[in-house]
Design a protein around this ligand. Structure first.
Ligand code: PMP
Length: 391
């Protein structure tokens, strides 16, 4: 009966495919999950302590809407030192409830009904729904394994219409781990500037890059005024549960986003913000340690999957591998469901990240080496069984 009280555009929204697998895996015994995208590390201890001490000192009230000034200052210093982008803490930064809220705020502040946003796929499951919820129209540009899942400037150009307002990019990407180099970004920037567009750059995995130096599109000539830089603490600092992110961009747009934030959120959690200051000021050596560990696991997982006969491109960042399972003859969902039921290993079918993800699975290597070894053994057994069935 309560069904008729639900708005029809919300009814039309599909629940996240990742969540479904996560819930199923949680309801079973003995499952090794390579499903969810979160670090297996706990948050650095000094960050926990800083947050704890803020509570002890009685800092339990709201912060300014845009976030603690000290945190905004730390964010600006961090972005400047590490990625060479300069923002003013006073009016170019909002501390948000995860990068998730920053993405939602961006679309809500920017889109008029019918405005188009170009989105690369396979990509994070929230982009298309948040564009749609904000009244915009997602225009998907597929990326392919043969191009190392990189977004090409020609594909972007071909997708532009007179309704295009913005382009969403994510590098390193979830689920493919693809990294856009400075040259790739320069090409895309040229198209953006020529067509007078804007970019939302999801840089949440920027600190989990294994082989190259990171380039933020906002640091390129003429791009800062056309970019919203979205990032957060969840991944590199192992702080998913703290729900803290940020968005930086041009003052006028940030001011509009801040209005939505004021009315809907007020301010991000105060104790989490005190922890985040410590993370940025003193937590980078722990990030380095985690990055080194992810890199070793990445190398092990890619090597092992390749040995099993699965094509697996080497991801440059984030903590996912995205091997092709096309040689097994199964669909992504069939593969993931059978792997879960028969071997108790949870992975995510690639098609939940967009149609072009069909034929792939996403495995997160943010799990301990012990778990990864066991998961790879189970997966090898599964592939062997499949081969035996087929022969
Ligand atoms: N962007 C990408 C690409 C992600 O993978 C995720 C989390 N899976 C987010 C944003 C959201 O992160 P947060 O926890 O900061 O909301």
């Amino acid at each position: 009966m309560s069904e008729r009280f639900v708005a029809s555009h919300i009814k039309a929204l599909k629940p996240s495919g990742i969540r479904r697998f996560f819930d199923l895996a949680q309801s079973m015994e003995g499952v090794i999950s390579l499903g969810v995208g979160e670090p297996d590390f706990t948050t650095p201890w000094s960050v926990i302590e800083a947050s704890y001490h803020s509570l002890e000192r009685g800092f339990t009230a709201y912060t300014p809407n845009a976030g603690l000034l000290a945190l905004r200052q730390s964010i600006c210093r961090f972005l400047d030192t590490r990625f060479h982008v300069q923002y003013h803490p006073e009016d170019e930064v909002i501390v948000t409830v995860g990068a998730s809220q920053a993405i939602d705020l961006a679309f809500r502040a920017m889109l008029n009904p019918g405005d188009e946003v170009i989105v690369m796929e396979p990509s994070f499951v929230s982009y298309v729904p948040t564009i749609t919820l904000a009244g915009g129209v997602p225009v998907v540009v597929d990326t392919y394994e043969k191009d190392a899942f990189k977004l090409s400037k020609d594909a972007v150009e071909a997708a532009i219409t007179d309704k295009t307002k913005a382009i969403l990019i994510c590098s390193p990407n979830n689920p493919t781990g693809a990294v856009l180099t400075k040259e790739d970004l320069m090409g895309i920037s040229e198209v953006i500037k020529r067509h007078d567009l804007f970019v939302i750059s999801d840089e949440i995995y920027a600190d989990l890059l294994y082989d190259d130096m990171y380039t933020s599109i906002a640091s390129l000539e003429g791009m800062k005024e056309r970019t919203l830089l979205v990032s957060g603490f969840s991944k590199a600092f192992a702080m998913t549960g703290w729900r803290l992110g940020y968005v930086c961009g041009p003052t006028a747009l940030i001011a509009e986003m801040l209005k939505i934030h004021q009315y809907t959120i007020m301010s991000a959690p105060t104790m989490a913000q005190y922890g985040a200051v410590e993370a940025l000021e003193n937590g980078l050596s722990e990030v380095e340690m985690m990055r080194e560990s992810y890199k070793q696991r990445r190398n092990y997982v890619v090597k092992t999957l390749t040995r099993m006969g699965l094509d697996c491109h080497m991801p440059g960042g984030a903590f996912y591998v995205f091997p092709s399972i096309k040689s097994t003859g199964l669909t992504s969902s069939e593969f993931a469901e059978r792997l879960l039921m028969e071997e108790k290993v949870a992975v995510v079918p690639g098609n939940v990240f967009g149609d072009s993800g069909e034929g792939y699975i996403r495995c997160s290597y943010a799990a301990s080496m012990k778990q990864l070894i066991e998961a790879m053994e189970r997966m090898a057994h599964f592939i062997k069984q499949l081969t035996a069935e087929g022969s």
